[in-house]
Design a protein around this ligand. Structure first.
Ligand code: FAD
Length: 406
């Protein structure tokens, strides 16, 4: 097998890998980026279809709190390159950003493609060389990087390697988690990849599924354990997904894993007290159907009434107190977590105990990791991309330091 000498190999051309490549190339290091797919940044482009929520404008302390248990490891990275740095960096590529009504930050054009195009142009101008359709397979017996390419297998030597291979969600975009056993075989501790920001199965009746799959459920409060938030979600063929569900998904996932099920409660009328709901339900309805009573007295209709019919025993509809209780706290039991392949992101990954503060794998000197393949998770809202960029930058800087003083 031919061996090509080069300086640093970055494997994975998503936001984390490209940021690492940028840091290195701007410091005069020769960088080669390898990616399994025919083009780089495919998941980043997909994120652009939803408007590309790059980051969030809330105060840094609040922003940091979104990383939960992994805050101690993520915080130093975000203090070096935080939400405002990311906006300034995008501006440097000619991409202006704005703060949406929810505080989320988007590019003016609400797309990823212009940013990615400008970025790749700048990286190429800085001397970064791209090798697409190069699937990393591990190492040769001699310790070289080993790739499958359309021309066959090839080995590449590098002074240092940065892995930015992503998690396991949406594998058709390139990140399929196939790196997990490769790193475990080298003694790198890896927490199993799990779905994060994911949907759940409920097991709707055929009648409910046929009528309401795809319908948004708007302006409800969802409560589960200490979690309580107003928002919206979507009914799916098998259960529930969408922003409010993603926000509570880590808690639901762990409960389902432990007990096989998890029950959250919905307040379908968050602006009305339970007493108000009960009094209005108790008013005479004459010859009107229950549906028109619910609509005329409380403004409840469509999917919200569908949920009540699906989940509340028929006898409770005759009892204003029982029905009011259900409207203000409807129990929805989820019985399964949707698969990782469908999730927005992954939890789990390379454990921090196996890395030093430069994001170098202690078991394999000269090997660095960045992005979603590290063991952290965060809700949607721009927190995912921000930490991917920040960790890519940290791994690039760490590599520069290691090349100077191994
Ligand atoms: C539908 C959707 C919408 C999203 N929207 C947002 C959003 O609005 N805001 C936000 O913050 N986040 C969003 N995310 C999450 C965000 O896109 C990811 O967290 C981010 O792209 C991860 O970056 P990364 O560089 O770590 O990995 P990736 O972007 O996954 O890149 C990894 C790269 O490694 C390559 N690779 C993997 N294995 C190999 C191998 N063996 N050999 C060679 N190459 C390999 C892949 O081809 C890929 O190009 C969204 C995700 C999805 C699925």
């Amino acid at each position: 097998m031919p061996t090509t000498p080069l300086t640093v190999a970055v494997i994975g051309g998503g936001p984390a890998g490209l940021m690492a490549a940028e840091v290195l190339s701007q410091r005069g290091v020769r960088v080669h980026v390898y990616d399994a797919m025919p083009t780089v940044g495919r998941k980043f482009l997909l994120a652009g279809k939803g408007g590309l929520n790059l980051t969030h404008s809330e105060p840094l302390e609040q922003f940091l709190s979104r990383y939960g248990d992994h805050l101690p490891q993520i915080e130093p990275l975000l203090r070096q390159f935080g939400p405002q740095d990311l906006r300034d960096w995008a501006y440097g590529l000619g991409i202006e950003t704005f703060v949406g009504s929810s505080g989320r930050v988007f590019p003016m054009e609400m797309k990823a493609a212009p940013l990615l195009r400008a970025w790749l142009r700048r990286l190429r101008a800085d001397g970064v060389v791209f090798h697409v359709r190069h699937r990393w397979l591990g190492w040769t017996d001699e310790g070289a990087l080993w790739f499958a390419t359309p021309e066959g297998e090839t080995a590449v030597s590098a002074a240092a390697t940065i892995l930015a291979l992503g998690g396991g969600s949406w594998p058709k975009l390139g990140s399929d988690g196939s790196w997990v056993p490769l790193l475990q075989a080298r003694g790198v501790p890896v927490a199993p990849l799990k779905p994060a920001n994911c949907g759940f199965d409920v097991g709707w009746s055929d009648h409910f599924r046929q009528r309401f799959a795809g319908e948004p459920v708007k302006t409800v409060v969802l409560r589960f354990a200490d979690f309580a938030r107003q928002g919206e979600f979507v009914i799916t063929e098998t259960g529930v997904e969408g922003s409010l569900i993603y926000a509570v998904s880590a808690l639901l996932r762990e409960e389902v894993a432990a007990n096989g099920r998890a029950t959250f409660h919905l307040d379908l009328l968050p602006d009305r007290s339970e007493a108000y709901v009960r009094e209005n339900l108790a008013k005479p309805r004459g010859s009107r159907s229950m549906s028109s009573h619910l609509q005329s007295r409380l403004g409840l209709r469509g999917v919200k009434v569908g949920l009540l019919r699906e989940l509340v025993p028929a006898a409770d509809f005759a009892d204003p107190a029982q029905l009011a209780g259900a409207i203000k706290g409807l129990g929805v039991t989820v019985v399964g977590t949707r698969p990782l392949a469908e999730a927005i992101s992954s939890a789990g990954g390379v454990m921090w105990a196996g890395l030093d503060e430069r994001l170098m794998v202690t078991a394999v000197p000269g090997l660095f990791c960045a992005g979603e393949m590290l063991d952290w998770e965060a809700p949607t809202g721009g927190y995912l991309l921000t930490a991917c960029f920040a960790s890519g930058r940290a791994a690039g800087m760490g590599t520069v330091r290691w090349l100077d003083t191994p």
